[in-house]
Design a protein around this ligand. Structure first.
Ligand code: ADP
Ligand code: MG
Length: 709
């Protein structure tokens, strides 16, 4: 029935059953259910994975090893085998008369059935060479139906469910043609569509499934990407605003007197980035809403000073501050920094004849004796401790504050959201303390906007002056390597040697570190003093070893990744990372940041015998760049966005079509638009179509509530 006055919204489409489409009977419907496709809306949202442009076909003989290409071939044979660890491999030989290629499929046993002898298929993949034969591993396969178009959509996973890519092409086409009468509802104001030059919904859905050419597909994609990102940003922005209006924070009152004293006493000038971040934090501290801020900064960018400036100001305002670190070593180090910078500070105190008292700082970890811990807890609850530094010990129930004003959580990726909230929840009255989380594993700003969408972000993108750039080399575990390391030690420097992560088990990592320690002590580094540090040692033993290394009594320190974060030893100039291929980019960058902290030229040695393409790309990225933000972009590029989103964020950020790396600028556009729309809706503009859509996508969330003002 033609009814353009009642256009199709996404929620309406999601109520229309699959059986309305031509060729979907009970059997196909069941297969579609296995792909989580239940409605016409779902099928329209099942976007092609790629498109085949038939004008781009290559011949096997013209393909080069290492390059991607599309070939039109016939299947000569296909066999299934099992690997030693019982995974299925299917090998198929295909030909196009100019040559043969072997296709190898891992974990896709159904390929044997799909690739019947004589079948014509389109293959898209990268050519490599294996035991002298040309090969493609897990290429994209398309059965050649009776398709004649030039630009053909290819749908994901279709073979496994017994659904061909042509099935999807036909169904989506049918769905589009059947929705013509009513048309699609348009949730975006015209102004937004014009600003970003976006095509209509109707056009977007029909062109993404059946584009005339690449250009048409790209304009369709742009619209759908925008819609997807906008829904997420709208949710995040609305949620953040709701939090601000529904919760009461602390309005800290301070003159920056102590802060000025702190800056005046520093042996260096703060960087511009530090000054900006501190200003942002002060602004939040003085505001009536609770601060939720993420401080991102590369290793060595000086996050501690920023945190201390915040803590000090909160103390000046009459409240307490806390820093929580993930390890004992780090907590200890923060404690030392805080003592160093604030040890001589006094606070006014009218209950005291002198009219002032010393600013008091304490350390609480699982290593603190029960007697001391008891005293610290008592003082903390009496308000006699101003700043407490610690580990998880800080969030135990027995720890109470007189009045906590600011909670700082360092290396936040090591803590769950619950733990960071637990520290913030130590507030004593209804006002919520401010929260600052710090991370040395930067992620690109646009990704941060999505992943940490309800946190504000401050960035330290500038290293303090006078740092010597770290030289990074890729090497093998060879004589040459250890000679270089010995050379540095002989000139008075020290070396870290990090052993590979074997698996998640600390026990095995320890064994490998012990073996390396024995070997180096007896052979390559026998002339110098070598220490060992691993996670299974007692905390006191660890401290002892760190102390020896810090004092220069040890020349080299063999360790597991326990030294990953925070450790500051300016005299250490060599960082040897064994089995470097086992670490991710972010972790390697972190480890490298342990050196280059003093005035001496430092070198990071990435040791790896492995030469997969992925390893080469990763290690080369580190050789080429020391910029954490740049590396984070590359990491995103190499690993895909799935990896930066923790389990908690999955779902809401399940991007169907947008890509955080490809569509970076669209994340910002969506963010801006979300802010504008929220504003407009408060002024009475109707955005109910968008809110209804959000309800469809974020079922768990009380979306409507978020938009009530
Ligand atoms: P990170 O961001 O890795 O936590 P830190 O806060 O530990 O870095 O700072 C690393 C080192 O740099 C510390 O020794 C600190 O005193 C020093 N530092 C911090 N800010 C500056 C600055 N603006 N100029 C020079 N050195 C600085
Ligand atoms: Mg730090």
């Amino acid at each position: 029935m033609s009814d353009p006055s009642n256009p199709l919204t996404l929620p309406i489409l999601s109520e229309i059953p699959l059986s309305r489409l031509k060729g979907i009977g009970p059997k196909k419907e069941k297969s579609l259910h296995s792909l989580e496709i239940f409605s016409v809306f779902d099928i329209l949202s099942y976007f092609p994975r790629r498109y085949i442009d038939r004008t781009n076909e290559a011949k096997i003989s013209s393909l080069k090893v290492g390059e991607e290409g599309m070939i039109l071939v016939e299947v000569l044979n296909a066999y299934k085998q099992k690997t030693r660890n019982r995974r299925a491999i299917v090998n198929a030989t295909v030909t196009d008369q100019t040559g043969n290629v072997t296709l190898t499929f891992f974990n896709q046993p159904w390929r044997e059935q799909q690739l019947k002898v004589g079948t014509e298929v389109i293959i898209f993949g990268k050519l490599d060479q294996y035991r002298g034969e040309y090969r493609m591993v897990n290429p994209v396969v398309d059965l050649l139906g009776d398709k004649t178009g030039r630009f053909i959509p290819v749908y994901p996973q279709s073979g496994k469910a017994g659904l061909s890519t042509w099935d999807f092409a036909n169904w989506t086409k049918d769905a589009i043609s059947k929705s013509k009468a009513r048309g699609f509802a348009e949730p975006l104001p015209r102004s937004v569509r014009e600003q970003y030059d976006l095509v209509s919904r109707d056009k977007a859905y029909s062109s993404i499934h059946d584009p005339k050419d690449l250009r048409e597909m790209l304009t369709a994609r742009k619209r759908l990407v925008f819609d997807e990102l906008l829904r997420i940003q709208l949710l995040l922005v609305a949620r953040k605003r709701q939090l601000e209006i529904s919760t009461q924070g602390i309005t800290h009152d301070f003159e920056e007197t102590l802060f000025e004293k702190l800056i005046a006493g520093l042996p260096f000038k703060p960087t511009n980035a530090q000054i900006k971040a501190i200003a942002e934090i002060f602004n939040d501290l003085r505001a009536s809403y609770p601060m939720h801020r993420l401080l991102q900064g590369d290793v060595g960018s000086g996050k501690t000073l920023v945190a201390i400036a915040g803590l000090l100001s909160v103390v000046e305002g009459g409240r307490q501050g806390a820093i929580m670190a993930p390890t004992e070593v780090l907590a200890e180090q923060h404690f030392v920094s805080v003592k160093e910078l604030l040890g001589d500070f006094s606070l006014s105190d009218s209950s005291n004849l002198l009219g002032e008292r010393k600013l008091s700082v304490a350390l609480l970890t699982s290593q603190t004796s029960e007697k001391d811990a008891k005293e610290i807890r008592a003082k903390l609850s009496q308000g006699e401790i101003d700043i407490i530094v610690g580990t998880h010990s800080l969030i135990q129930d027995s720890v109470e504050f007189s009045e906590i004003g600011l909670a700082v959580v360092d290396e936040q990726h090591r803590f769950g959201v619950d733990q960071r909230a637990a520290l913030q929840n130590k507030g004593t009255n209804s006002a919520i303390p401010d929260l600052l989380v710090m991370t040395a594993t930067p992620i690109p700003r646009t990704a941060a906007m999505t992943v940490y969408g309800d946190l504000d972000v401050s960035i330290l993108n500038e290293l303090p002056e006078g740092r010597t750039a770290i030289n990074t080399k890729r090497m093998t575990d060879s004589q040459e390597l250890w000679q270089e390391v010995m050379g540095q030690i002989k000139s008075g420097r020290q070396a870290f040697i990090v052993c590979p992560l074997i698996d998640e088990s600390e026990k095995i990592d320890t064994t490998s570190a012990e073996a390396t320690y024995q070997r180096l002590k007896e052979n390559e580094l026998s002339e110098v003093s070598v220490g060992l540090l691993h996670g299974r040692m007692h905390a006191s033993e660890k401290q002892n070893v760190m102390e020896l290394f810090r004092n220069g009594e040890l020349d080299a320190l063999v360790s597991t990744t326990v030294i990953e974060v925070g450790v500051n030893i300016p005299n250490a100039t060599a960082m040897v990372i064994l089995g470097a291929e086992r670490f991710g980019i972010a972790q390697l960058h972190q480890l490298r940041g342990r050196v280059g902290r003093g005035l001496f030229q430092s070198t990071c040695y990435l040791i790896s015998e492995s030469h997969t393409q992925e390893t080469d790309a990763r290690l080369q990225a580190l050789v080429d760049s020391t910029d954490g933000f740049h590396l984070a972009e590359i990491d995103l590029e190499l690993r895909g966005e799935g990896t930066i989103m923790g389990a908690e964020q999955k779902g809401r950020n399940d991007l169907k079509i947008a890509s955080l790396r490809r569509d970076k600028e669209w994340v910002s556009h969506a963010r801006d638009t979300a802010l504008t729309l929220l504003e407009l809706s408060q002024q009475g503009e109707d955005i109910s179509l968008l809110i209804d859509e959000m309800n469809l996508f974020f079922k768990e969330e009380k979306v409507e509530y978020l938009f009530k003002s």
